[in-house]
Each structure stands twice: as C-alpha cells, then as structure tokens.
Design a protein around this ligand. Structure first.
Ligand code: C2O
Ligand code: CU
Length: 459
C-alpha cells in the first residue's frame, strides 16, 4: 500500500527523545500520523457454502492488518484505537525501539483499555522485515488475528520487480470454519507445543495465488505469525537468503527455510515463467502455501545483476556479563517444583491452579521477574540450556543478538528470535545498548503465558 507521507524535517531539539540511536548529526524524518484500530470483524477463512465466516480480531478490519511501509530513518507515528472488548497494546516486533514505545502491556505501558487510545511514535533505526502484533493476552489476541507486517526500506535494498510480504499463520478452526474457541487456554496446549492450528493461511487466505510478471525477480518477505507452529517452507526453485529477522546475513542459496514463530526471512528469487508454488513441508504435508502466478506481461523486468552483500555485524569478542539460564518444565520434563510469587510449589499445583508449567532457573518469572540488570553498553551472554523436551523460539525485545553454539562457532547474522532445539546449549550474546526494561520470552505464546518470560533491565 502506498501511504500518504508528507515528509518534513523536524528540528533536532523537538526530536531529542527520539534520537537515542542516531549519530549526533542524524535527523529522523517524521511522516503523517496514521491510525490503527483494533476491533472485531468477520472473515471467511474456509471457502465454500458449507462453512461459516469466522469472527476475528483485526487491525483496521483486515487480517493481516494493513502493511505498514516506511523508510529507514523515518519516525513511525500511529494512533492505536482499541475497539476491542478488552485491553490491548501493539508491540513492534524486532524494532530496536524506545522502551516506552515497545508496547508490552504490564511492563512498558499499561494496557490500552477498551475504547482507549495510545500514540506510538518512534524512529526506525534499521531497515528490514518486521511485524506488529498485540502484546496483551497474546495467546488469545494474536491467535484471533491481531497482527500485520511492518516493512522498513532503505536505499541499498536490491532492485526487484515485486516486493511481496507473505505472512503465514495456522488457525485452529472448528468444523464449521470458525475459530475454535473452546480450546483457548487449554492446559494441554500450554504444557506441550502450544496452540497448533489446522488451517494454513498466507496473507489471511488459504493457498492464495499472487499475480506476478513472468520471469520476474521477487523479494519474498516471509513472516511467521502463528502462535506456536514452526513452519518448514520448501521453494520450488532456489532463492538467495539475504536477511533473517530483518538483519542482513551472509547470502546463502536456499530451497528450504525453517521459520519459528515470529521469525522472518528475506529471500530473492528469480522466477521461472511457470507457476511457482511455495510448499509447507514440516507439518505432515506437503501443503501448497502460496502460488506466484505469471499472469502479468513481463515488461520492463529489472536486470538480474549479482546481489550485493551487505555488511554482516560480527559478534563482540569479549563478554562482560554471563547470565546462566536453565529452562525447564513442560510435559515429559524434569521440573518437579518451582518458585512462584515467593513460594516453592510442586509442578502439579502450579499447572492445575495457576496454569504455570515452565521455569527459568527454578522460578516462574512472569512479566515482572528480573533475569538480569545490565549497565549500558555491557556485552551480555545469556547461557541458555534448554533442558526440556520442547523447542522454544526465544525472543529478546529491543535488541538483536548473536547465537554462539556449544562448540564456540556462531550462527550467521543476528536475530531477534532464535529457535532452541531440545537439549540445546547455546549462548545468546547482545550489546545492552538500549536502555529500559526489556522482555525476554518464548514466542510460542502459550509457553510465554505459562512461565517462559523474564525481564532484562538495561540502565
Ligand atoms: Cu513478538 Cu514479546 O513479542
Ligand atoms: Cu517455548
């Protein structure tokens, strides 16, 4: 979508609060404030007269919400209007944000009440593929449709014929095609792999066809918006993976991509002149996810020149603070008891009475448990041991991090969400250069709610 952006420069003084990432001379450009309204609407998820429309929760009445596109260095300004029957907020996933604009209800702001309003306004320091979603009761609100893409462009973006956002979700639907309401809050889901759906959508539609120019060069911006599903996507012809979680990585030729909840991947593909069908292959399929269909006349295609490699930030060589993190819990796990609200409780009581099932270092932390307090610019290493029988998509707010494997080598590039395998021990290393109270949690949203969350405080 093209937004009406009358740009004008603001004086450095009035933007003082917004320039914490800027070099002293940088000036952020403001764009017009737009609104995003969360409300209830209906949407046909399953085609055909045998199925009903689903009642969904949506930004601006569409799922996904409207595509927000900005340029690096612009200031996003959004008036969030909450027309839901309960409190909500918007988190701008992956943005190295100002803490007060991070949108974590109960941590960085009070939830915006029903019929309330809140202005989000912050600079966009990095280009890349991001997304926004509710950050209140996420296990329910995100599952009901409260998410959308946030794209930040810059002048070094490769020239393409089509820049396509593919936001992938799995919905748990009842027989009649409406959202399965009865299973919300299911303890079984919370202690196992989270809420897993039975209906795959891309951009809100089941196996959509997107018209493209034959032989076009496209940029695919894949976003996993599912509560808990890990997608495995198989490309019918190889592409070049250029970025993950918004940040550049060493170019890699790929035909398969694993995308954990909240992760993103940017892939450049030179399409053939025939249908190009992206398949989901990790979850019992294969299922066709989306077809790029050459229907437009192939005029004026961009030249298929070699892609230029962007700088990939190398990890820091020294660590200032080590933060051990022993993750336990869940079904078939070894957690017998854990601290909760200052009291040691057996796992059975935690699960049945408090719906808590996962612990960090023997404690159920919730939003308010502090994992670490860091001085500004310290290099921290969270030494994670996933001592559970489940995979976890660990997300750190406000920062991108490097992953160092047990053998000392690093995963390429930087991420904001990393999938820990069962039994994995890896270090999550980041520079604490963004002051504030930042949530660190599992993006399998049921795991988050059931205990896998803590706060990292940066002075
Ligand atoms: Cu996608 Cu705590 O966020
Ligand atoms: Cu998890």
């Amino acid at each position: 979508m093209s937004m009406n952006r009358r740009r004008f420069l603001q004086s450095a003084a009035s933007l003082a609060a917004l320039t914490s990432f800027a070099s002293p001379s940088a000036v952020f450009a403001r764009v017009d404030t737009r609104t995003l309204t969360a409300g209830i609407t209906s949407k046909r998820l399953v085609p055909g007269a045998d199925y009903k429309e689903a009642t969904v929760w949506a930004f601006d009445q569409t799922v996904p919400g409207p595509e927000l596109r900005y340029k690096q260095g612009e200031v996003l300004s959004v008036d969030f209007i909450n027309e839901l029957p309960e409190g909500s907020s918007i988190h701008w996933h992956g943005i190295r944000n100002l803490n007060g604009m991070d949108g974590v209800a109960g941590l960085t702001q009070p939830e915006v009440p029903s019929n309330g309003q809140f202005r989000y306004e912050f600079p966009l320091p990095d280009s890349g593929t991001y997304w926004y979603h509710s950050h209140a009761k996420t296990w329910s609100q995100v599952a009901r449709g409260l998410y959308g893409p946030l794209i930040v462009e810059d002048d070094l973006d490769p020239q393409v014929d089509h820049d396509l956002v593919l936001i992938i979700d799995d919905w748990l639907l009842a027989e009649d095609g409406t959202i399965d309401e009865a299973s919300f809050g299911s303890l079984h889901d919370w202690v196992h792999g989270g809420r897993l759906g039975n209906w795959l959508t891309v951009n809100g539609a089941s196996h959509p066809e997107i018209p493209v120019k034959a032989g076009a060069r496209v940029r695919l911006r894949l976003i996993n918006a599912a509560n808990a599903r890990i997608f495995g996507l198989t490309l019918p012809s190889a592409g070049t993976l250029i970025a993950e979680d918004g940040f550049p990585r060493t170019h890699q030729t790929v035909t398969d991509i694993t995308l954990a909840p909240a992760q993103r991947a940017d892939i450049i593909v030179d399409l053939p002149t025939t249908d190009w069908i992206l398949m989901e292959t990790r979850n019992g399929g294969p299922y066709p996810a989306v077809t790029l269909k050459p229907t437009e006349r192939p005029i004026d295609l961009v030249a298929k020149t070699a892609l230029s490699q962007r700088t990939v930030q190398t990890p820091p060589s020294t660590i200032d603070v080590e933060i051990p993190l022993h993750m336990q819990g869940g079904a078939m796990g070894n957690l017998r008891e854990a601290m909760y609200h200052g009291k040691l409780m057996p796992i059975r009581e935690l699960a049945q009475q408090h719906k808590k099932a996962w612990a960090f270092n023997g404690a159920i932390a919730d939003h308010h448990g502090q994992l670490a307090r860091l001085e500004r610019n310290q290099v921290a290493s969270i030494q994670i041991y996933n001592d559970t029988r489940w995979e976890h998509a660990m997300h750190l707010h406000g920062h991108h991090f490097w992953i160092q494997r047990e053998d000392g080598t690093f995963v390429d590039g930087q991420r904001d969400t990393y999938l820990f395998e069962r039994g994995e021990r890896s270090n999550l290393i980041f520079v604490a250069d963004n002051p504030g109270r930042w949530l660190f949690h599992c993006h399998m949203l049921e795991h988050h709610e059931a205990g896998m969350a803590a706060v990292i405080d940066v002075a």
